[in-house]
Design a protein. Structure first.
Length: 259
């Protein structure tokens, strides 16, 4: 059982709620943990977090009781391997459009016999080699580390049955934003074609026994929970700063007008 599955089972909540971080900001991680969030998304596809920073964010988040997810840039060995050595609970592969792309992702993330991950016994992922035989720790990690593929293009939706059937894939994350762009309606995540694609991906993932996550606004959480989504990422650090700063400015201008 993956650590994601364990948390879903143990917390027994309608849905787990997550937030994303795109900068090295331990204070933000601590804030969301104290507010009751369940998971931290560490963004390494679009943003400039280093692996050293990602490892430290995993360390901070884990100490605060948060599930940790690293979204890597792509399926190359150096990206998947270094992310895995940071010790996250979940590794998320964006643009998982083809079976071969996903198979390579799994190969790099899993130790033998399930993959070809390099033998290294001193990483945070293996508790720095403390407390057990390295081979035993590797077997345990093969079971606990959740490998999540992101469905965010028309191609991925068309291939979703095959993608979910790749051995070693534990979960899927639906990306409505990129999916809307793929359908030629960027940002219109309520477009009927986008919604139909999301529902098809969710239904397929459920049939293949995968845990399902989605990135969505808070107002859509109820809808996707009812469809079977177990984890929702609803906000990011940049969005929080923008929303907070915008509200402060609006409140200030309103107060000036009233005064």
């Amino acid at each position: 059982m993956t650590r994601l599955e364990q948390v879903i089972k143990n917390k027994n909540k309608p849905v787990l709620i997550g937030a994303a971080v795109s900068r090295y900001n331990p204070a933000f991680v601590e804030i969301i943990a104290r507010l009751g969030y369940d998971s931290l998304w560490i963004e390494m596809e679009h943003q400039f977090i280093t692996f050293a920073e990602a490892e430290d964010l995993c360390r901070v988040a884990s100490g605060l009781g948060l599930l940790t997810m690293i979204r890597v840039a792509d399926n190359r060995r150096e990206n998947v391997l270094k992310a895995a050595e940071c010790g996250p609970d979940i590794i998320n592969l964006p643009m998982a459009n083809t079976v071969e792309t996903v198979k390579e992702f799994v190969r790099h993330a899993k130790y033998r016999p399930d993959g070809s991950r390099g033998f290294y016994g001193s990483s945070r992922a293996l508790n720095y080699g403390i407390g057990a035989d390295i081979a035993d720790l590797q077997d345990q990690l093969n079971e606990k580390l959740c490998l999540m593929i992101q469905i965010e293009t028309r191609e991925a939706v068309a291939n979703v049955v095959e993608l979910c059937s790749v051995p070693g894939v534990d979960a899927v994350l639906i990306g409505p934003g990129d999916l809307s762009a793929s359908f030629g309606v960027p940002g219109r995540t309520d477009d009927p074609r986008v919604l139909a694609a999301i529902e098809h991906a969710i239904d397929t993932a459920k049939l293949t026994g995968k845990t399902i996550a989605i990135s969505t606004g808070p107002g859509n959480v109820g809808r996707w929970r009812c469809k079977g989504v177990s984890l929702v990422y609803v906000v990011g650090d940049i969005g929080c700063m923008r929303i907070g700063a915008q509200k402060a400015m609006e409140d200030t201008l309103r107060a000036l007008e009233e005064g």
